[in-house]
Ligand binder design. Sequence first.
Ligand SMILES: Cc1cc2nc3c(=O)[nH]c(=O)nc-3n(C[C@H](O)[C@H](O)[C@H](O)COP(=O)(O)OP(=O)(O)OC[C@H]3O[C@@H](n4cnc5c(N)ncnc54)[C@H](O)[C@@H]3O)c2cc1C
Length: 75
Amino acid sequence: MELILQHELSPEAAAAAKLWCTELYSRVVDQCVQLHGGNGYMLEYPVARHYLDSRVNRIYGGANDIMRELVARTL
Ligand SMILES: Cc1cc2nc3c(=O)[nH]c(=O)nc-3n(C[C@H](O)[C@H](O)[C@H](O)COP(=O)(O)OP(=O)(O)OC[C@H]3O[C@@H](n4cnc5c(N)ncnc54)[C@H](O)[C@@H]3O)c2cc1C
C-alpha cells in the first residue's frame, strides 16, 4: 500500500503481492470450510461465500499462473 501511494509499486512486486495474497486467502478459507464442516459448504453461511469468492481471485485480475510468469522473469 505504501509503495502504491509513493508511485513506486513495480508490476513484478504487484504480481507477487497478488499471487501471495490470493493463494493465502484460498488456503485460509479452505481451512475455515473444513473447520465449519458441512455448514461451511452451504451458501447460507458467509464462509461458503468466501470459499466461492476466494477461488475466482486466483483467476481474475490476471490469472495466478501469469503472475508466476511475471515473478519468474525477475529471477
Ligand atoms: C468475475 C469476473 C470478473 C472479471 N472482471 C474483469 C474486469 O472487470 N475487467 C477485465 O478486463 N477482465 C475481467 N475479468 C476477466 C479476467 O481478467 C480473466 O478471466 C483472467 O485474466 C483470466 O483470463 P481467461 O479467463 O481468459 O483465462 P485463460 O487466459 O484462458 O486461462 C485459463 C487457464 O490457463 C492458464 N494459463 C493461461 N495462459 C497461461 C500461460 N501462459 N502459462 C501458464 N498458464 C496459463 C490460466 O492461469 C488459467 O488457469 C473477469 C473475470 C471474472 C471471472
